[in-house]
Ligand binder design. Structure first.
Ligand code: NAD
Length: 454
């Protein structure tokens, strides 16, 4: 089955179907039409999979994906153009250019937490770059997965773009095939499986992974604005189940009480006195993740540190926004990615100590700092390695299509969004064109001493 799918796509690619700008534009327009016509169905599927509030689905998945399609459609012709570069003296006379070339047949494996945008956004880059594509959505978000499998053939060219649904066996069968690129979004353990499978065929990979994204909060801030932006970046993004969600806060010992009080005020205003009943919070995706998260706060030395929330309802798969203050550094909540509604706050004497704390852990996907202090902002940018960073807000950096989005080190490799998505699925072919003039005899034998003097 997997073999047959790849064979069909290879034939379409070899026939040149995916290369013309017109084909690429038609597919992108198809995706835009699909989003316009099926917005309600997409939102309903996201609600079924995650109880994702409609407003969140609209802002974070539907509208952002549509903007991404439009951006690619607008940029397409320019992106496809060969880029003229200077010719070197060694090749005089000549003209030199870099020609972006589609890679061929690519595999995109996506994750459950943003199951629509994480599937379609890489597909946009792959199509724009002129590739044939297999999309394997996440089985953990089954409603969105089956909707994608139903809708894509209605709106895009099914002989070049296919959806294959399934879990580990189906993905394993796909990974055994030879691809021209594999783009994987998910956790690092499976990322290693993907990379090992790709190595067998020397297939390049992009790995969009996660990590512990820190938020440093200095006391020199507009506290109310900072608290709102952190709360919405954590609980307002799929209830913490987001790859760039704030994973832990670092602040000073003296500022922590004020910060905690501000978080509590904002949380109560956003989600009411009983957040388990709020329709504005996504649920935990399944009982496996629910148990993993509740286990993190069951250990006594961690449970003792809860300063807000900590409630859970297994029937609804809901966990309330939970703040913890000064949990032990070696507890599981501080060593692995949380990926849920729990937010530990770590305190330091001086805010500058935050950098060493962050740098003692693997490189995060995102790093955030809240401060009005310019010098601290500059030090943060210069001394904290991360996939991307944002000062005085959370999560929004991924909405700028002029910036690359991707991880570094343990948080991944490769990047996409905007033209970076096109580049991710293109080979940059260097092309040099010479005439028959400009003969330099020195390069031809016999290599006489006279020629060496030149
Ligand atoms: P997941 O369980 O949906 O898995 C991701 C994909 O891997 C799925 O399509 C799944 O079918 C496939 N898969 C699972 N096990 C496999 C195996 N043994 N062999 C082959 N394929 C397999 O998602 P997840 O991994 O739980 O996602 C959460 C993680 O993803 C978090 O670490 C999060 O930070 C990260 N993430 C990163 C980004 C990003 O853009 N960098 C976005 C979302 C999530």
């Amino acid at each position: 089955m997997a073999e047959e799918t790849v064979r069909e796509l290879r034939a379409s690619f070899a026939a040149g179907q995916t290369r013309p700008a017109e084909w690429r534009a038609a597919q992108l327009k198809g995706l835009i039409r699909m989003i316009d016509e099926k917005e309600a169905e997409i939102s309903a599927a996201l609600h079924e999979d995650l109880a994702k509030p409609h407003m969140e689905s609209f802002l974070h998945e539907i509208s952002l994906t549509k903007s991404s399609c439009k951006f690619a459609l607008k940029g397409l012709k320019n992106w496809m153009k060969p880029e003229k570069v200077p010719a070197a003296i060694t090749t005089f006379p000549s003209s030199a250019q870099i020609v972006p070339e589609p890679l061929g047949v690519v595999l995109i494996i996506s994750a459950w937490n943003y199951p629509f945008i994480l599937s379609i956004d890489p597909v946009i880059g792959a199509i724009a770059a002129g590739n044939a594509v297999v999309l394997k959505p996440s089985e953990i978000a089954p409603a969105t997965s089956s909707l994608l499998a139903k809708l894509l053939p209605e709106y895009v060219d099914n002989s070049c773009i296919k959806v294959v649904e399934g879990s580990v066996p189906e993905t394993t069968a796909l990974l055994e095939q030879r691809w021209d690129k594999i783009f994987y979004t998910g956790n690092g353990t499976v990322g290693r499986i993907v990379m090992a499978a790709a190595a067998k065929h020397l297939t390049p990979v992009a790995l969009e992974l996660g990590g512990k994204s820190p938020v440093i909060v200095d006391s020199n801030v507009d506290l109310h604005v900072a608290a709102k932006r952190i709360v919405v970046g954590k609980w307002g993004c799929n209830n913490g189940q987001a790859c760039i969600a704030p994973d832990y806060i670092i602040t000073t010992k003296s500022f922590a009480p004020e910060l905690v009080a501000s978080f509590k005020r904002v949380l109560e205003r956003f989600y009411g006195e009983d957040p388990l009943e709020s329709a504005d919070l996504s649920r935990i995706v399944n009982s496996k993740q629910f148990k993993r998260l509740t286990n993190l706060i069951e250990e006594k030395r961690v449970a003792d540190k809860i300063v807000y929330g900590g409630k859970a309802d297994e029937k609804q798969l809901k966990i309330s926004p939970t703040l913890l203050l000064d949990v032990p550094e070696d507890s599981e909540i501080m060593t692995g990615e949380i990926f849920g509604p729990l937010l530990p706050i770590v305190t330091v004497e001086k805010i500058e100590e935050s950098f060493d704390l962050i740098n003692a852990k693997p490189k995060p996907l995102a790093a955030y700092l809240f401060t009005k202090n310019r010098k601290l902002q500059e030090e943060f940018v210069a001394s904290v390695p991360a996939g991307g960073m944002l000062v005085n807000d959370t999560a929004l950096h991924l909405t700028n299509p002029y910036m690359p989005f991707g991880g570094v080190g343990d948080s991944g490799m490769g990047c996409y969004h905007g033209k970076f998505g096109f580049d991710c699925f293109s080979h940059k072919k260097g092309v040099l064109i010479r005439g028959f003039g400009g003969e330099a005899n020195a390069r031809y034998p016999p290599y006489t001493t006279e020629k060496q003097k030149i």
